[in-house]
Design a protein around this ligand. Structure first.
Ligand code: SAM
Length: 239
């Protein structure tokens, strides 16, 4: 049994840490590195953070496959490759103050906590925020703060930020997020319709903003003052 730690869920054997670590290493090699993720710090963070702790117990064996998974409340933990692209686009070096909109499971926040000095993460669904906060604490992170609220307005009390990442789809880049960026700060955000978005990186240069488009993506909606007004697909499409 050396090196093999079985853990149980409701008395049922659901996995072994050793096998899961091997699956995580495969994910990093085949789904991230070989598909173009180059930043070694980002790859190292993905190798370290146990994604299986952030998914529902019935999904543990799918945690290292390259697709989003349900986390309840109609929300998802994003596909690892998308989390990696978005993280790489933030160009974190280790000294940054980062804001994440859409804590969800807390997985992206854990990756950010590995790569930046301070992480603030906002989630509108209190149950998800509390659960994510608990997992992050259990994993030993101390450089993060999870806040319940409408992140479409940003988090002015801790602004400005070196980097802001929005992990839900916005109809347009929220003005408050642009204003809360530091000079040369980066905002990474999916922008478009409810059915399809473009992944944008917007970099601030004084009062100018440079926009780069990294192609199509699909996220759950950003619901709030500067996002979509409703969870309802039909209603939201009319906005
Ligand atoms: N980053 C997450 C992770 O690592 O699991 C995945 C996020 S999930 C794709 C999008 C999240 O954004 C959902 O949990 C949703 O509740 C949240 N959300 C949507 N609108 C929001 C808003 N205005 N403020 C904060 N969170 C919001």
């Amino acid at each position: 049994m050396s090196g093999l730690f079985l853990f149980r869920d409701n008395g049922k054997r659901v996995g072994s840490e050793k096998q899961l670590a091997q699956m995580r290493a495969n994910m990093v090699e085949y789904q991230l590195r070989r598909r173009g993720i180059k930043d070694e710090r980002v790859l190292k963070a993905f190798l370290k953070v146990p994604r299986h702790k952030f998914v529902r117990s019935q999904d543990i064996w799918h945690a290292y496959e390259d697709y989003p998974l349900s986390i309840g409340y109609g929300q998802t933990i994003s596909q690892p490759y998308m989390v990696a692209i978005m993280t790489e686009l933030l160009e974190l070096k280790g000294e940054e103050r980062v804001l994440e909109i859409g804590t969800g499971s807390g997985y992206q926040a854990a990756i950010l906590a590995e790569l930046a000095k301070e992480v603030f993460s906002i989630e509108r669904i209190p149950e998800l925020a509390h659960k994510a906060e608990k997992i992050l604490q259990e994993l030993g992170y101390t450089n993060f703060k999870v806040i319940v609220g409408d992140g479409s307005k940003g988090l002015p009390e801790y602004a400005p930020y070196d980097a802001i990442i929005v992990t839900a789809a916005a109809p347009r880049p929220p003005q408050s997020l642009l204003e809360q960026l530091k000079d040369k700060g980066r905002l990474v955000i999916p922008v478009g319709s409810r059915k399809l978005q473009d992944l944008l990186r917007i970099t601030r240069f004084g009062n100018e903003f440079k926009m780069e488009n990294f192609g199509p993506c699909l996220f759950v909606p950003l619901i709030g003052e500067a996002g979509w007004k409703s969870e309802s697909f039909e209603e939201a499409e009319g906005q």
